[in-house]
Every structure is written in structure tokens, then in C-alpha cells.
Design a protein around this ligand. Structure first.
Ligand code: NAD
Length: 499
């Protein structure tokens, strides 16, 4: 059993809070630790210290700040296995997937090494007679990041990197389910040369989040989590005059056209639907085959692949495809949604309920579940299940399939599998979703592009990482400058009275 406190002024600090939250090992179902749920007063104290530390950090030139990121990247690589183990132990995902979680965050830190280039302003020579204009990007001051359980390394890194290298101080509030990786990353940042107080990790729940939203010093909030909380945080942050970018839930569809390579489409669906037990905001949870023949063949190909999936703990020495879900409550919720799909008349092709693993009977495992003949009125279609459940909604034409994607309240990611370039182009152009895959099931953009959904998958402006993140974490100041005639008119040879 371990206890997680806060990371304040460059060291671990025990929280004085009387409230704690259990940290489970989802693979075994055991409580492995406790995290203190910090108080609003602790948050305010952490912010005050961060504001102090931020002044010198902002005055440190961007290249020196970028060098801290270079060293940070080196240390993340050094500790990759430890970080991946911590991700998997608290989240449950397999070790290779845990390493992928760290890796996709590390790639954002790699972009942050080139931050001076992204922080450069603009310049217009002679915008008017003898008048130049230039703009500069200045840090906001103290900003906050509030992150979900499902990527314990990647999303904190998406927040920390751009915010810190831009000269801000950051308050990070990780998920109370998986807080340890953020604490390890904070320690590595100190080793990389980040001055004390510039990153403060304050663990907790709604009390700390509300204190962040109401704290007058905090200038901006970057949130990732479920849609209701994203919308709540966006509203309260905006009311309090803060910048906010709040990324929410998802229901990602993949259209399979009759001309698609169905073997490749089936493989892609299995990976994108069941990887990380479906607990990815970019997981494909709805397959949309176009035409009866496509649908029948797809189900025929998918079924043995889904049945063959290996579910197990991250510690297994055998090849495991995915692990447990995050909590016993999540398992229960997913299983009751599967019940509702059966009751609503969907065809249950493979049933993941009552899944039990020998030796890990108390782990939070849900078996792979495949539904066919799902319709739009069913809860399994409407709800974000966030589990290893793939629903198939059959459509008769491309236009009907596109319409389904367009009408869905979420707009995080989507994909189309086809061998026709014209259909693919049309889809990419018309669909109202932020990230699109063409013969690519999980189109998470690389770190020098930028990540963000549309519709109820995101509230606020500007995406995460890439150039947008540097816009979000800086404010622009534009100077219009004119110099009146000076020394260039000629030297003065006589003393002049300085009146
Ligand atoms: P969550 O909304 O429950 O929690 C996210 C954060 O908000 C946590 O730090 C949590 O402590 C805090 N929080 C929870 N309830 C709160 C409340 N009532 N008031 C204030 N703060 C609160 O989300 P989760 O279960 O940790 O993560 C899963 C969700 O995140 C899914 O919906 C998934 O789609 C989404 N997600 C979205 C993206 C994206 O980029 N769009 C990425 C990853 C995950």
C-alpha cells in the first residue's frame, strides 16, 4: 500500500486532507494505494507558490526552457519501462500499450524542443511610413491541466509540455484513479532542470477542480474527460474569465464500404474497438457496413477474431490483447449496457458478460462483446460505453452511413475503409468530425499536427498540442512602432544645453 500526496515546490508533500480515494490494481481488483484528495486551501497555496516561480521561468529565454524539454525527453526514454509499468499497474492496459501511452506523450515533448520557433511572433516592416508592427507571444501566467484516467502519461504530457515551455507555471490535477505516473513525470522534470514551483501536481477530486475554476490567479484551464464534466468546466471557467479548452467523450464510427478490403477492415476494427479494453477516446465503437452483403461478410470475418481475443493482466508473460477496465463500477455499467442491448433487440454475436479469469477472479475484466443489428434508438448506440463492446449499425448506402456519423452528438474521430479515392475525399471533406481516418482506424494526429474533436467532444477553442497549443498557452501582444528622426540626421558638434 502506498499513499500519494502532492508535488509542491519540487518535492513530495503530504496533503493534510482527511479525504482519500482508493487506487485499485484493476488486474487483481485489489486496493494498492490511496491518494489524498486535497483541499481548496492546499490548491490556493500551490497556486500562490507557482505564481511566484513563474516570473523567473517566464524570464528564462525560450531556448533554455526548450533545453529542459530536451533533457526531460532523454529522462522519459531512460525511465520508459518504469513509467509504462506505473501506467499499466494503475490503469490495467498491457505493458506495450502502457509504453505507447508514454511514447505518444513523449512525442509532444519532442515538438516542445523546437518551441522557440513556435513562440516567435510576427513582424511587418514599414506597415506605414516609418512604422513597423510586431507581435509577441507572452505566457499567460499560471495555467491548469485536469486529466482523465485513460491515458495516465500521454495526456498529462500533452498538457505540461506546451504550457511549461511557453513560460507558464502549471497546476496539474491528474485523475484520482491513476495519479502516480504524473508524480513520476514531475520528478523527472525537476531532474531535467525545471525550477521548483513551476509545475505543481495537486491531487484530488471535484473540490480541487472547483478551486481551480474559481482561483483568480489561474488564467487558463485545459481539461480532458467525459462530456458532462467538460461542459461543466468550460462553463464555470468561462464565467470566471478564464481561457478553457475542454475535451469530452466520443462515439467513433467506422464506415466500411462494399469495395473495402474486408480482412484489413476487420483487423482494424478489432484493434481499434478492443485495444485498451475500449477505454480510448479514439476507440471505434460503431462499425457501419454499407450494404447487406458487406455487413454479412464483415460479421463473418469479425466473429472469430473477436472470439480469439486474449484478455488478461498486464503482468502476464503470454500475449495479451487487452486488460481489465478501470473499476468494478465501470465493469458493472458496461455489463448493464450489454444487457440493455440484448433487451432492446440487438443481436449479441459474442457475449463478454460474466467473464472470469482463473487466478484473477476479482479483476475488472469484461470479455470482448460484438453486437450486430444495432439501431440508433438503443442505449448501446447512444451512450459512450467506454468498454470492449463493438456495435454494428447496418446502412444501405454511403449517404445513409455518412448521415449517421453526422447526426451523432459526438465528433471526436471517425474512419472510412474503401478502395475508392473519390468516396474517401468526399467523406473527409463533408464529415463534421475533428479527426478522420482513411483506411486508418484510430487517426490520432502526430504531435506536430493537433488533436481535437468537434460537436460535444470539445468545448472551447483551439486544439491540444501542435501549433494550437502554443496559441492556447500564450497571449498575443501587438506593437505598432515609430521612431522619430534621431542620430542618423547627422552628428552634433557643439555642446547643447539639455533643457
Ligand atoms: P471524468 O470526466 O470522470 O474525469 C476527468 C477529470 O475530471 C478527472 O481528473 C476527475 O477527477 C475530474 N472530475 C470528475 N468528476 C468531476 C466533477 N463532478 N467535477 C469536477 N471534476 C470532476 O473522465 P474519466 O472517466 O477520467 O475519463 C474518461 C472520459 O474521458 C471518456 O469520456 C473519454 O472519452 C474522455 N476522453 C476524452 C479525450 C479527448 O481528447 N476528447 C481523451 C481521453 C479521454
Amino acid at each position: 500500500m502506498y499513499e500519494v500526496g502532492n508535488w509542491i515546490n519540487g518535492q513530495n508533500e503530504a496533503s493534510s486532507s482527511s479525504r482519500t480515494s482508493d487506487i485499485y490494481n484493476p488486474a487483481t481488483g485489489e486496493i494498492q494505494g490511496k491518494v489524498k484528495l486535497s483541499t481548496a486551501a492546499e490548491l490556493d497555496a500551490a497556486v500562490a507558490k507557482a505564481a511566484e516561480a513563474q516570473k523567473a521561468w517566464a524570464a528564462t529565454n525560450p531556448q533554455r526552457r526548450a533545453r529542459v524539454m530536451m533533457k526531460f525527453a532523454e529522462l522519459i526514454n531512460r525511465d520508459m519501462d518504469k513509467l509504462a509499468e506505473s501506467v499499466s499497474r494503475e490503469h490495467g492496459k498491457t505493458l506495450p500499450d502502457g509504453a505507447g501511452d508514454v511514447q505518444r506523450g513523449l512525442e509532444v515533448i519532442e515538438v516542445c524542443m523546437g518551441a522557440p520557433n513556435l513562440l516567435k511572433g510576427e513582424f511587418m516592416d514599414s506597415g506605414g511610413p516609418g512604422i513597423d508592427l510586431y507581435s509577441m507571444r507572452q505566457p499567460l501566467g499560471v495555467v491548469a491541466g485536469i486529466t482523465p484516467f485513460n491515458f495516465p502519461a500521454m495526456i498529462p504530457l500533452w498538457k505540461m509540455g506546451p504550457a511549461l515551455v511557453s513560460g507558464n507555471a502549471m497546476i496539474l490535477k491528474p485523475s484520482e484513479r491513476c495519479p502516480t505516473t504524473s508524480m513520476m513525470l514531475a520528478e523527472l522534470l525537476k531532474e531535467a532542470g525545471l525550477p521548483d514551483g513551476v509545475l505543481q501536481v495537486v491531487n484530488g477530486d471535484k473540490e480541487v477542480v472547483d478551486a481551480i475554476l474559481d482561483n483568480e490567479t489561474i488564467q487558463a484551464v485545459g481539461f480532458v474527460g467525459s462530456t458532462p464534466i467538460a461542459q461543466y468546466i468550460y462553463g464555470r471557467a468561462a464565467t470566471n474569465g478564464k481561457r478553457a479548452q475542454c475535451f469530452g467523450g466520443a462515439k467513433n464510427h467506422m464506415i466500411i464500404m462494399p469495395d473495402a478490403d474486408l480482412d484489413k477492415a476487420a483487423d482494424a476494427l478489432v484493434g481499434a474497438g478492443f485495444g485498451a479494453a475500449g477505454e480510448r477516446c479514439m476507440a471505434i465503437s460503431v462499425a457501419v457496413p454499407v450494404g447487406k452483403d458487406t455487413a454479412d461478410k464483415l460479421i463473418e470475418k469479425l466473429t472469430p477474431k473477436v472470439e480469439a481475443l486474449k484478455v488478461g493482466p498486464y503482468t502476464s508473460d503470454k500475449d495479451v490483447d487487452y486488460g481489465p477496465v478501470i473499476t468494478a463500477q465501470a465493469k458493472q455499467r458496461i455489463e448493464s449496457l450489454i444487457d440493455s442491448g440484448v433487451n432492446d433487440g440487438a443481436t449479441l454475436v459474442t457475449d463478454g458478460r460474466d467473464f472470469s479469469l482463473q487466478g484473477y477472479e476479482d479483476g475488472f475484466y469484461v470479455g470482448p462483446t460484438l453486437f450486430d443489428n444495432v439501431t440508433e434508438d438503443m442505449d448501446i448506440y447512444k451512450e459512450e460505453i467506454f468498454g470492449p463492446v463493438l456495435s454494428t449499425v447496418r446502412k444501405d448506402s454511403y449517404e445513409e452511413a455518412l448521415d449517421l456519423v453526422m447526426k451523432n452528438q459526438y465528433g471526436n474521430g471517425t474512419a472510412i475503409f474503401t478502395s475508392d479515392g473519390d468516396t474517401a475525399r468526399d467523406f473527409a471533406s463533408r464529415v463534421n468530425v475533428g479527426m478522420v481516418g482513411i483506411n486508418f482506424p484510430i487517426p490520432v494526429p502526430l504531435s506536430y499536427f493537433t488533436f481535437g474533436g468537434w460537436k460535444k467532444s470539445a468545448f472551447g477553442d483551439l486544439n491540444q498540442y501542435g501549433p494550437d497549443a502554443f496559441r492556447f498557452y500564450t497571449r498575443t501582444k501587438t506593437v505598432t512602432e515609430r521612431w522619430f528622426s534621431g542620430i542618423k540626421e547627422g552628428g552634433e558638434f557643439a555642446f547643447k544645453a539639455m533643457d
